[in-house]
Design a protein around this ligand. Structure first.
Ligand SMILES: [Zn+2]
Length: 150
């Protein structure tokens, strides 16, 4: 049984808030993986796309200056990441991910929380430029599809 499924089952056994959604995650690549004819992953530790494909998401590698602390940020709006820093160049990429939302803590402003609030598994912010859901556990999220820009 894979780790994601184990996490999901454990999660659902413990709480009654089990809900799984497809969400977008914008990131960058330092190689050409995904471009026509480029199917091999690179070995650069700076290439977020290849690292995520190899090991899935790692909260430990997340940017600590996000609006809700060090977590993995996702959105239901694909255009959120196209217009952000991630995908405005030929090195941009976006994952379609599968996220176990768990018990959600809704917040109304950046900085309202800086880590996963006690008793919750996810922070949700419905901003005017699209919503954001932040997970703080590696096994709460898996990459499913990759979309590249260029
Ligand atoms: Zn790469």
């Amino acid at each position: 049984m894979n780790q994601f499924l184990c996490f999901e089952l454990t999660f659902c056994d413990r709480i009654t808030y089990c809900n799984e959604h497809f969400r977008y995650h914008g990131t960058t690549r330092s190689c050409q993986v995904g471009d026509n004819g480029h199917t091999m992953l690179c070995h650069s530790s700076l290439c977020s796309v290849c690292s995520i494909i190899k090991t899935s998401f790692k909260v430990s590698l997340a940017n600590p200056v996000g609006g809700f602390g060090k977590g993995i940020y996702t959105s239901s709006a694909s255009n959120k990441y196209v217009s952000a820093n991630y995908c405005d160049s030929s090195k941009g990429a976006m994952f379609v991910t599968k996220v176990v939302l768990g018990k959600v803590r809704n917040v109304s402003s950046f900085g309202e929380v800086n880590s996963c609030p006690r008793g919750s598994q996810l922070v949700f912010y419905n901003g005017r430029n699209g919503d954001e859901a932040v997970v703080y556990t590696n096994n709460a999220i898996r990459p499913v599809f990759l979309i590249v820009f260029g």
